[in-house]
Design a protein around this ligand. Structure first.
Ligand SMILES: Nc1ncnc2c1ncn2[C@@H]1O[C@H](COP(=O)(O)OP(=O)(O)O)[C@@H](O)[C@H]1O
Ligand SMILES: O=P(O)(O)O[C@H]1O[C@H](CO)[C@@H](O[C@H]2O[C@H](CO)[C@@H](O)[C@H](O)[C@H]2O)[C@H](O)[C@H]1O
Length: 502
C-alpha cells in the first residue's frame, strides 16, 4: 500500500524514463558524478550512464533513481534520488532535464528525508515497472512527533541526516547487490546479541529490482547522543599534550578512556562471537587454511604497496628518505609475517566491524562510546565485507588509528613552529600509554571468549594485521592525501623496529 506521498509513477518518473532522462544521463551526469566525494572512480573515464527511476515520492516532485555507470574496471551503481525542487537549491543543483525542470540531489532534500522515514515507519511497498522499493521500520516516531531533519557535518561516503536527537537517516550512495552489512550487523547486534553500545536499527528502504538482487538504499538508526567522535576527542587532547598544556590528570583520564574503548571493543567482539542459528553470524573455528590465506593476502598487499612506494623513494622530496627506509625493510617484514601461515590455529572467525577506527566511535556525554558504521571498508567488495574474520583485524585498525592520532598531532605541532623532536617524544609517550590501556581493556573483556586466539597467535596475527593496515594506509594516502603518507610510513618503520627487537 502506498502512502500519500508515494506513487509508482509520476510526470517526473516518465520524463526520466524517456528521451529527456537519457539525455540527462548522457550529457549531465558524466560531468557531475566525478566531482562528488562519494563517487568511487574519480580518475576513471566514464562510459555510458544509465538512469533508472524506480518510484515517485513527495507527490511526484521526487524520484528514487539508480545511476549505473560504465567504467573501465567494471560498472558501478549509485543511488541518485532526484528532486524537481529542493530545500537548498543553490548547492545541490545537478542540471536541467531537457525541456523540463532543474533537478537537484534528493539526498540533500529534507522533505524527501522526511518522506523516506515516514515510508519506513508505515511499512510501505511501491511497485513500478522496473521493480519495487520496500520500506520497513520499527520504533520510528510518527511524523508529527519527529524533530526537524538536519544534514550531519560534511558529506562522507554516504549522507547522514539527524532528526533532532531521535533518528539518524543514512542515505547510501554506492550500491552493491546483496545485504548491506551496516543494516545486517546493526540489526543483529541490537536485536539478537543485545549489544548496548551501537545504535539500534530502526528501518530500511530496500530496492528490489525486477532483474537482480535486492540492495539497501537508505536506513534509519537510533540517534546516539554524543560530543563528537573519538578522533576529534583524542586529537584535540593530543594537541594539548604536545604543547605541554596537559597535566598528569589529563593523561590518566585519556588512558582510562582508552581502556574503556578496549573494553567496548571486546564487548562488540563477544557479541559477534555469540552462538546463533543465523548462518551469516554463526562463528567458525580459525583453520590452517585461514591462516595461510590471511598471510598470502597480506603479502600481496605489501607487494602492492611497495610497488607504489618505490617511485616515491626515487623522487627527491621530503618523503624520499622514509620511503627508502620502508623499501629496505620490505624483505624482513615479509619474512616475519610468513610465520603466521605455519602457526597453530586457535580462536574463532566471526563477523567484525571491518572499518574500525577512532572516527567510527562516538564519545557519549557520560564518557562512554557508541560504535557506528558497520558498512566495512567501502572499497572492498561485498563478499569480503561480509566475510567472517579474525576480530584482531578490528583491533589492529584501532591501534593504527591511535598511532595516526599521535602522529597527526606531531605534524600539526611542526606546522605551527614547535620543536618536532619534543612534540614527537610527547606524542610517543601518549601513544604508548593509550595503546597499552586499549589492549588491557580489550584483553580483560575478551578473557575466556572462544573467539580470542592463544597468546602466541594473537601476537603474530596482530603484527600481520597491523602491517597490512599500515601498507593499505600508505597506498590510500599516496593516492588521496600525499601529505599524510609519512604517517603510515613511519608506522611501518615502527612495526619493523618492534619486530626486530630481541
Ligand atoms: N546513530 C548515530 N547517532 C549520532 N550520530 C551519528 C549516528 N550515525 C552517524 N552519525 C554521525 O554521522 C557521521 C557519519 O556517519 P557514518 O555512519 O560514519 O557515515 P559514512 O558511512 O558516510 O562514513 C558520524 O561521524 C556521526 O557524526
Ligand atoms: O572513511 P573511509 O572509509 O573513506 O576510510 C578511508 O579514509 C580514512 C581517512 O578519512 C582512512 O583512515 C586513516 O586516517 C584516519 C584519520 O583521518 C585514521 O583514524 C585511520 O586510522 C586511518 O586508517 C582510511 O584508512 C581510508 O580507508
Amino acid at each position: 500500500m502506498n502512502g500519500p506521498g508515494i506513487t509508482e509513477d509520476s510526470a517526473l518518473c516518465r520524463a526520466l524514463s524517456g528521451e529527456a532522462g537519457r539525455a540527462f544521463a548522457r550529457d549531465v551526469l558524466p560531468g557531475y558524478l566525478p566531482a562528488q566525494r562519494w563517487f568511487g572512480a574519480k580518475e576513471a573515464r566514464i562510459g555510458d550512464v544509465d538512469l533508472t527511476s524506480f518510484c515517485a515520492m513527495d507527490e511526484g516532485d521526487a524520484a528514487l533513481c539508480i545511476a549505473d555507470v560504465a567504467l573501465p574496471g567494471g560498472a558501478q551503481r549509485y543511488f541518485l534520488p532526484l528532486t524537481a525542487r529542493t530545500d537548498d537549491a543553490a548547492r545541490h543543483r545537478i542540471g536541467r532535464l531537457p525541456d523540463g525542470p532543474a533537478l537537484f540531489d534528493g539526498a540533500a532534500d529534507m522533505t524527501l528525508a522526511r518522506g523516506l522515514l515516514q515510508a519506513m515507519r508505515d511499512g510501505q511497498t511501491v511497485m513500478g515497472p522496473q521493480g519495487g522499493v520496500r520500506f520497513e521500520g520499527e520504533g520510528i516516531p510518527p511524523a508529527a512527533q519527529m524533530d526537524t531533519p538536519t544534514p550531519l557535518a560534511a558529506e562522507q561516503s554516504n549522507v547522514s541526516i539527524a532528526f533532532g536527537r531521535q533518528v539518524v537517516l543514512k542515505v547510501y550512495r554506492r550500491l552493491r547487490a546483496g545485504p548491506q552489512p551496516d543494516v545486517e550487523v546493526s540489526r543483529h547486534l541490537t536485536r539478537a546479541a543485545r549489544f548496548a553500545h551501537a545504535p539500534a536499527w530502526l528501518g530500511s528502504a530496500t530496492l528490489e529490482p525486477k532483474d537482480g538482487e535486492a540492495t539497501t538504499l537508505a536506513a534509519a538508526f537510533a540517534y546516539a547522543p554524543n560530543r563528537g567522535d573519538a578522533w576529534s576527542h583524542f586529537t584535540s587532547r593530543l594537541d594539548a599534550v604536545v604543547a605541554r598544556r596537559a597535566g598528569p590528570a589529563d593523561l590518566a583520564e585519556d588512558a582510562a578512556l582508552c581502556r574503556l574503548l578496549g573494553q567496548r571493543t571486546g564487548g562488540l567482539h563477544r557479541a559477534l562471537a555469540a552462538e546463533t542459528a543465523d548462518h551469516a553470524f554463526a562463528p567458525v573455528p580459525v583453520t590452517r587454511a585461514d591462516l595461510a590465506a590471511w598471510t598470502a593476502e597480506a603479502l600481496a598487499d605489501i607487494d602492492d604497496a611497495l610497488g607504489m612506494i618505490a617511485p616515491v623513494a626515487r623522487t627527491p622530496g621530503a618523503l624520499a628518505a622514509v620511503a627508502g627506509d620502508v623499501m629496505a625493510r620490505g624483505p624482513v617484514l615479509k619474512a616475519r609475517i610468513e610465520r603466521v601461515a605455519s602457526a597453530a590455529p586457535s580462536g574463532l572467525r566471526t563477523r567484525i566491524h571491518g572499518d574500525y577506527h577512532l572516527g567510527q566511535v562516538l564519545v557519549t556525554p557520560d564518557d562512554d562510546f557508541a560504535i557506528i558504521d558497520f558498512e566495512g571498508e567501502p572499497r572492498r567488495d561485498l563478499a569480503a565485507r561480509r566475510a567472517k574474520m579474525s576480530p584482531l583485524r578490528d583491533v589492529a585498525g584501532m591501534l593504527r588509528s591511535i598511532d595516526y592520532a599521535a602522529r597527526s598531532a606531531v605534524l600539526r605541532a611542526a606546522q605551527s613552529g614547535a620543536d618536532p623532536a619534543d612534540a614527537a617524544a610527547r606524542a610517543d609517550d601518549w601513544h604508548a600509554a593509550a595503546s597499552r590501556a586499549f589492549m588491557a581493556g580489550y584483553r580483560d573483556e575478551m578473557a575466556g571468549c572462544a573467539a580470542a586466539p592463544e597468546a602466541a597467535l594473537e601476537t603474530a596475527l596482530l603484527e600481520l594485521f597491523l602491517l597490512q593496515k599500515a601498507v593499505y594506509e600508505v597506498s590510500y594516502e599516496l593516492s588521496n592525501r600525499p601529505d599524510w603518507a609519512v604517517v603510515p610510513m613511519a608506522g611501518v618503520l615502527k612495526l619493523a623496529d618492534a619486530m626486530s627487537a630481541p
